[in-house]
Design a binder for this molecule. Structure first.
Ligand code: C2E
Ligand code: MG
Ligand code: MG
Length: 431
């Protein structure tokens, strides 16, 4: 790789510089009555390059592309490097038509093949274009370009999208992005200030024994409580789920130990997201949770959603195998709703199948749902699994499930999720 390319990287503005330049150019172009365009470029599938050639190799590729981009624009734009492979171009005097031409030039410049050692790679990029609106503030102007870039990626990359042309219009997209950002900052605050707790919902065997209790995350911050449905998707998108998941495992392991010490060796089931299982450090975190809590691994269970099994990578496979080897049980959560790949089901070392609430809700009237529940129960049974029905709210639903022959039930009819102290009381009450 040539040194010229590397030098080109240092000449760019950083994020802060980009914001300052945006504020300045927005003012200047408004004063002069000229248009202003922002182009946000992100290289497609760059992670692959980093994974194949290491980050230094990746940087060398970026430097080479950056040098080309500089040539393509020939001093017409202020250029910032927002992150590893993301660049923003601010172009004064540039209207939509002109901006689209420049976006095509940039994409052409990116797409020239690059030789790395003996391999020839064919890079591509995605560009989001925003043209400054009359009233808008500099930040949302830049955010619209970013959002349009994400849409270009969603459409498969190697193209540009102009803000406003997306399926979710730029403004709505920006508002959604802001809400996500607010949730992300609340998650950080909750992690730092103890705003997270686990509640536990008992899972009860039809023979009366306590099969397990499911640990469900609760987040209270600044007097507000955020349901998992809000937290988890944002945490997954931002990677925070890895920290949240580790916190859940540690907290549940400690509680399992506490229950055992009180004479209730109850298995606690922790929900695990796909993003956690694809992280190589998952196993270490799991082992650390077990070790520090000094709890038998048999008292922990991991609930995995079915969508995980659409494609099981080697990392996921080895993480699951390591969990099983350690003696931790695995359950398949929300079964029947996702992308059931029955072919994969046989390869997963799970011992429990949790039928989704969607099927239970319509029982017993819905005969077709009943038939599906019966078939899923049969399938699970043949694979040697324990069958749990989720979301049981009425006695009639409970009876239908008894008739079908599931092994255990979980739902508001039997017990709502409760805090750790209340669970202990509940267990004592059943003695
Ligand atoms: P899930 O794992 O399927 O958990 C069961 C959800 O159903 C819980 O919602 C529970 O409160 C609710 N539920 C239980 N019985 C009934 C019932 O009879 N009727 C109704 N209507 N609902 C019932 P919750 O606590 O809001 O959690 C929602 C989802 O968030 C969970 O679904 C799980 O996928 C995810 N989640 C919760 N905690 C965590 C966590 O620590 N980590 C991860 N990755 N995901 C979590
Ligand atoms: Mg669950
Ligand atoms: Mg579930």
């Amino acid at each position: 790789m040539d040194a010229v390319g590397f030098d080109s990287l240092t000449s760019f503005l950083d994020r802060r510089g980009c914001l300052r330049a945006t504020v300045r150019l927005v003012e200047q172009c408004r004063r002069e009555g000229r248009p202003l365009s922002a182009l946000w470029l992100d290289l497609d599938r760059f992670r692959q390059v980093n994974e194949s050639f290491g980050h230094l190799g990746g940087d060398a590729v970026i430097a080479k592309i950056a040098a080309r981009l500089g040539t393509a624009l020939a001093g017409r734009a202020e250029v910032s490097r927002m992150a590893g492979d993301e660049f923003v171009f601010l172009i004064p005097g540039c209207d939509r038509k002109h901006a689209e031409e420049i976006a095509s030039d940039l994409l052409r410049a990116v797409a020239e093949p690059i030789e790395v050692g003996s391999i020839r790679i064919h890079p591509s990029g995605s560009v989001g274009v925003a043209v400054l609106d009359e009233q808008e503030d500099p930040l949302s102007f830049i955010e619209r370009a970013d959002h349009a870039m994400i849409e270009a990626k969603r459409l498969g990359g190697g193209r540009h999208v102009v803000s406003g042309d997306e399926q979710v219009p730029g403004r709505v997209g920006v508002l959604l992005a802001r809400e996500e950002l607010a949730i992300e900052s609340q998650i950080h605050a909750a992690l730092d200030c103890g705003g997270l707790t686990l509640h536990y919902q008992p899972i009860i065997g039809l023979d009366g024994r306590i099969e397990a209790a499911e640990a469900l995350m609760r987040c209270h911050i600044h007097g507000e409580s955020l349901p998992p449905a809000k937290i988890i998707p944002v945490a997954e998108k931002t990677g925070l789920i890895v920290r949240l998941g580790e916190w859940s495992m540690v907290t549940a392991a400690q509680h399992a130990r506490r229950l055992r010490d009180q004479g209730f060796p109850t298995k606690l089931a922790v929900n695990v997201s796909r993003a956690q299982l694809t992280a190589p450090r998952f196993v270490e975190a799991l082992y650390a949770a077990i070790y520090y809590a000094d709890v038998a691994p048999e008292l922990l269970e991991l609930e995995l959603t079915e969508s995980l099994f659409m494609d099981i990578s080697d990392v996921v496979q080895s993480n699951l195998a390591a969990a099983r080897e350690a003696g931790v049980a695995l359950a398949i959560d929300d079964f029947g709703t996702g992308y059931s790949c029955l072919a994969n089901l046989k390869d997963i070392p799970a011992t429990k199948l949790k039928l989704d609430r969607a099927f239970v809700r319509v029982l017993p009237e819905d005969r077709r749902a009943l038939a599906v529940v019966r078939a899923m129960t049969q399938l699970g049974r043949e694979l040697g699994m324990t069958i749990v029905a989720e979301g049981v709210e009425t006695q009639a639903q409970h009876q239908a499930l008894v008739d079908v022959g599931v092994d255990a039930v979980q739902g508001f009819l039997h017990a709502r999720p409760m805090d750790g102290e209340a669970l202990l009381g509940w267990l004592r009450g059943r003695q």
